[in-house]
Design a protein around this ligand. Structure first.
Ligand SMILES: *Cc1c(COP(=O)(O)O)cnc(C)c1O
Length: 335
């Protein structure tokens, strides 16, 4: 039996993490508004501390630990935005944090995690070796906090929707970058509780859209991970998925897929039209709007989920270079 995650959980999470995360701006995009014919707003979680919304769930999860759990510390395996958020949240709460990773992880990612105060443990050449170390640390009493499939993480990500409802009470459509589904589960749950008529649309990349494939299959399935500009959206949802698959099914009206060229165009658009540096994963909602893939968006919010792109890659994209993801993204677009 899994616990049901409700609006009340996100309301409590919002109070718990207040003052520890940034309330991020919701800004109008004049260019996207004139393109769609209705107001389009950008929720800039790219301006969140650590550069992504992941800090919300991580902070909520760390602050929800029991005293015994706090004393023993937390452990994670993420080398991306969850790892950064968890490292920062734990350091702020003075909780020990170990992030385990394989030796194949590029140095810039290792440094990114370390800079937020976590201990980094580099083990073996595969994610499996890293996982074995995590299992050992958990047996010794540490708490593993996963990137999406966890009630406190989901409730924490839902706080971004509570903020949006305060900032734009009459919104009609919300575009949410979708990978493991922690973000869209929390956001969808909150929005549908507030107003079931709000359309919640997930956006993933065509290359390795795990949740999309699972929804098609009607159950969690293995999906091959491919290099993509939306690297924070890579990876599966877990065959033993406990929460996000069912919540995504319940709260998401539609999932839209975008191509690598559309993602690159959206990164360029954000830079030249909105004056924002955003990562590929954060750009997929804008990509879908620019590509005309959202029918009748109405008053629409596109959730810009993160900014952590390697700046040399960003420069090449805005210079208009045709980036070859197969050759260029191995090792990660995430700086
Ligand atoms: C993690 C992440 C996502 C996807 O979130 P899920 O909860 O895994 O669906 C989207 N954008 C960015 C920038 C992320 O770091």
């Amino acid at each position: 039996m899994t616990t049901k995650i409700t609006l009340q959980d996100s309301i409590r999470a919002r109070a718990r993490i207040a003052g520890r995360i940034r309330e991020t701006p919701l800004v109008e995009s004049p260019s996207l508004s004139s393109l769609s014919g209705r107001q389009v707003l950008l929720k800039l979680e790219s301006r969140q501390i650590t550069g992504s919304f992941k800090l919300r769930g991580a902070t909520n999860a760390v602050l929800s630990l029991t005293d015994t759990q706090r004393a023993a510390g937390v452990v994670g395996v993420s080398t991306g935005n969850h790892g950064r958020g968890l490292a920062y949240a734990a350091a702020e709460a003075e909780v020990r944090c170990i992030i385990c990773m394989s030796e194949l992880v590029p140095q810039n990612k290792v440094d990114g995690i370390r800079s937020h105060g976590a201990e980094v443990r580099i083990l073996g050449r595969s994610q499996d070796d890293a996982q074995q170390e995590v299992d050992r640390l958990v047996r010794d009493g540490m708490t593993m906090l996963p990137p999406f499939d966890h009630p406190d993480i989901i409730a924490g990500q839902g706080t971004v929707a509570l903020e949006m409802l305060d900032q734009a009470p009459d919104l009609e459509t919300v575009l949410v970058p979708l990978s493991g589904g922690g973000l869209i589960s929390g956001v969808g749950m909150v929005l549908k509780a507030a107003n079931p008529d709000i359309r919640v649309i997930g956006v993933s990349m065509e290359r390795g859209a795990a949740m999309y494939e699972c929804l098609q299959a009607g159950r969690p399935v293995q999906v091959a991970e491919l290099p993509t500009l939306a690297d924070s959206l890579g990876g599966g949802i877990g065959l033993d998925n406990a929460y996000t698959f069912e919540m995504t099914k319940a709260f998401v009206d539609e999932v839209v897929l975008v191509s690598e060229a559309e993602i690159a165009a959206a990164i360029r658009h954000a830079y030249f039209e909105e004056r924002e540096v955003i990562e590929g994963s954060g750009s997929v909602g804008i990509a879908a709007l620019l590509a005309g893939k959202i029918g009748n968006p109405g008053r629409c919010v596109s959730l810009v989920s993160g900014q952590n792109i390697a700046m040399d890659l960003h420069k090449r994209i805005i210079d208009g270079e045709d980036v070859d993801v197969e050759a260029d993204i191995k090792g990660g677009a995430d700086a």
